[in-house]
Design a protein around this ligand. Structure first.
Ligand SMILES: [Zn+2]
Length: 479
């Protein structure tokens, strides 16, 4: 059986769900793969789209629709539900609104809806229902039937072995991006604790319970402080301000929510994803995770190359290669995640993966080598994590995988525009692993592993194994 690639963070439903608001029958998903309101709708990047992405950061194409995922053999995905935050669409006037509409690719009616609604939970539930409308439904593409099938527990993976070996089926797992989905962080309205905690319970009972929730996102959500995620010029251009409670810690409501999510009644825990949390919130959460012995997940991350914010380097010269903003993770955090039996998904966003110098170098590389060069930026992330763990005499290759953030408004790395390029990415990672790993002076002998094993772990088995192990039994095992 050829290797099945895995991605623990992408957004197949964000654009089609947004565009479904354009019709009267809003929130209905089309079962026609040629309709933009289908999660199977593929819109390949053309030359103009590529230029708009390079120059303006616009993503006017799809990256992780199920057709593209299928094409790249990316057949194990954690699909993230994202109720778009009001902070993106508040008061920018008509021109600003048009720009936001273009940047997000979700249509004017959706933007209008986001401005007016007063319930993030309802919006999240609608996107989940939208995605589930085609769960297990055969979709005809060029005379062949394809489908996505959503897990209710990690145990399903074994039950689904026969489906899993069927190359026309994509295995899907649900997650949520942003704790505001529990209905908090509404501008001008104080969250109701009972309502927020009741929503944790409601989500826990969804048939396809989210495996994890990314607690923070771009704006203050009354749960915890967030890290800066938008560059100041972009904020200015879009008249967005994410300064409120930036870099603060976890609030009392946040602690209550974390406790509620992690309660393991009936094996129905929901894990916390620490991406987007401020450094202070992350450190506070590590203590909770340690006490409760839960694995820490960072679903679409990057590294800073620094041991901690004070600027010390564990690996000499590392911070020159990476983007050092504190939305990325420090070496002490990498160690904490690995020690918790956790998982770090590296995102395929060039702005987060490399320093300006490293990006310049990749950009100016001869076309013949550009696939190799751009994949090297990704490889450096994994290799850095491995070096940091090796220094601690820890096993290096079990806690890393891909968390692309495709269709989450990213600038993809060089020629790897969409999930369709995954096979090539795998080949290039294998090449880099073969060139780097055998010659490195490892302290912990087992880290000198075979390059093929390492590439397979990164691109497939680590993420699948993590879900199988930690996505515990659901209340309502439907399969
Ligand atoms: Zn995302």
């Amino acid at each position: 059986m050829p290797i099945v690639f895995a991605d623990i963070h992408c957004h197949p439903s964000m654009k089609p769900f947004g565009l479904s608001f354009q019709s009267n029958n809003h929130t209905a998903q089309s079962n026609q793969p040629n309709m933009p309101t289908s999660t199977w709708y593929k819109n390949k990047p053309g030359i103009g789209d590529k230029v708009a992405n390079e120059l303006g950061g616009l993503t006017l194409f799809t990256q992780s629709d199920y057709q593209t995922l299928q094409k790249g053999n990316m057949r194990f995905v954690v699909s993230s539900i994202y109720p778009v935050e009001k902070g993106f669409v508040a008061s920018h006037g008509l021109l600003g609104e048009k720009l936001i509409e273009k940047v997000m690719g979700i249509g004017a009616n959706r933007i209008n809806y986001i401005q007016k609604h007063n319930n993030y939970y309802a919006d999240a539930k609608n996107e989940y229902d939208f995605l589930m409308q085609l769960n297990d439904v055969a979709i005809n593409i060029d005379g062949q039937a394809f489908m996505y099938r959503t897990l209710t527990s990690g145990k399903d993976i074994e039950k689904l072995q026969s489906m899993y070996s069927n190359s026309n089926v994509i295995i899907n797992v649900i997650s949520i991006e942003g704790g505001h989905a529990l209905n908090c962080g509404l501008p001008g309205i104080k969250a109701n604790t009972d309502d927020v905690l009741a929503n944790v319970e409601k989500i826990r009972k969804w048939t396809h319970r989210p495996f994890f929730i990314t607690l923070a996102h771009h704006f203050y959500n009354e749960l915890c402080g967030h890290a800066r995620s938008l560059h100041l010029p972009l904020q200015k251009q879009l008249k967005i301000n994410q300064n409120q409670y930036l870099d603060t810690g976890i609030n009392p409501l946040g602690f209550d929510v974390i406790n509620a999510m992690l309660q393991n009644r009936d094996g129905c825990r929901i894990l916390v994803d620490i991406k987007h949390m401020s450094r202070q919130s992350r450190l506070q959460y590590f203590e909770i995770a340690k006490t409760k012995q839960v694995p820490i997940i960072a679903s679409h991350a990057g590294v800073t190359g620094l041991h901690n914010p004070q600027g010390h380097e564990t690996i000499k010269g590392a911070s020159k290669k990476f983007m050092t903003d504190d939305i990325n993770f420090y070496d002490d955090e990498i160690i904490a995640i690995a020690a918790s039996d956790g998982l770090i998904g590296i995102q395929l966003d060039e702005r987060r993966m490399a320093s300006n110098d490293a990006l310049f170098e990749a950009n100016t590389t001869d076309l013949t080598y550009r696939w190799e060069k751009w994949a090297e930026l990704l490889w450096r992330q994994f290799f850095h994590i491995a070096q940091v763990l090796d220094n601690e005499s820890m096993y290096a290759w079990d806690c890393i995988c891909i968390g692309s953030d495709f269709d989450g408004l990213i600038n993809p790395i060089g020629p790897y525009w969409t999930a369709a390029e995954t096979e090539e990415l795998y080949k290039q990672l294998l090449k880099h692993a073969s060139q780097t790993v055998p010659g490195y002076r490892w302290q912990f002998a087992a880290n000198n592993a075979s390059p093929k094993l390492i590439a397979d772990k990164i691109m497939s088995t680590n993420a699948i194994g993590f879900v199988a192990k930690h996505y515990t039994t659901a209340i309502n095992p439907a399969i």
